[in-house]
Design a protein around this ligand. Sequence first.
Ligand SMILES: Cc1cc2nc3c(=O)[nH]c(=O)nc-3n(C[C@H](O)[C@H](O)[C@H](O)COP(=O)(O)O)c2cc1C
Length: 362
Amino acid sequence: MTQPTLKLLTPFTIGDVPVANRIVLAPMTRSRAGEGNVVAPLTATYYAQRASGGLLITEGTQVSQEGVGYPATPGVHTDAQVAGWRVVTDAVHAAGGKIFAQLWHVGRMSLPAFQPNGGLPVAPSALADQSNAFTATGPVPYGVPRALETAEIARIVADFGHAARNAKAAGFDGVELHGANGYLIDQFLRDGSNQRTDQYGGSVANRVRFLGEIIDAVVAIWGPGHVGIRLSLPVSRPSLTDSDPVALVTAIAQRAEQAHIAYVHMIQPVAGVMFAAGQPQLAPVIRKHYHGALILNGGYAGDTAEAALQAGTADAIAFGVPFLANPDLPARIAAGAALNPPQYDKLYGGGAEGYTDYPTLP
Ligand SMILES: Cc1cc2nc3c(=O)[nH]c(=O)nc-3n(C[C@H](O)[C@H](O)[C@H](O)COP(=O)(O)O)c2cc1C
């Protein structure tokens, strides 16, 4: 039975981008890029199949070779990578969808094998992430990164600008800055990973400076209505701590408001499915200081997503695994239909299986 009154299915405008509904495809790495970190031809099929979502956000897409942390993940810093993405954006637009590129630099969550000249991965401070890297030969603990010199930071900001310009050339509708999940921007934001004593460390204002400079660089290319940021402030593992998440998210929301960017996309799961209980609810803090679109993500289903929209907690909801396994997720939510289960062993790497072969409703 169709449920036409669902707010999830109503049109909306995210910044300057009109979207057909409030269902967003969450960014998901699928590790199927080819030689030179160029997206595979099949990737155009994968995203076009999901074009009925109001907004699609790509998998994390590196802004530079230094930003690479995993095998077979795409970039948007070479001409070949731009040409690969052009095929994807054309396919999504032909299917009536909108697509933003998620701009990514992994910082310390990398290995010398991925780095230019085999050097050490870079980070705000020489502190190792306490998790493991996934390699072809199994898990390997991350090493201690090299702390960036103050004078080098402008180069990384410029790399984000270069990637943003390339994303425009590739035909995207906008870009999302990956400030979540412990990667470089997040490493600068949190005082557990940023112990710098220059203007990029110490106070909350100083830790937000790197993100702010990247926002300004990318807004200069795209205009604010085509730029979003993704955050995941609650503590999700031991080396990803912050002593005052409310103060930090307040400063980020104020910076986003000052720049008038299109959206803030926050991973704050429903019902504590992914993060420790007792974390402060940060969506209301963002709402208080930022008046653009708020996208929430993490463990949502159709009913919980609709409840969040009805309560005014969010303007749109991003779905990860449910959308990965259900290319026609909006139609299934509209119909109240059952969902395909995800094939967890096919999330990363491989070909069409578990990627472009999930069935749609008849
Ligand atoms: C296979 C896979 C890859 C992911 N890759 C990314 C990524 O590249 N960038 C990102 O910000 N989040 C990434 N995530 C996190 C998802 O965007 C999302 O936050 C998470 O799956 C929770 O949402 P869900 O419960 O709707 O799946 C990934 C998640 C999965 C399952």
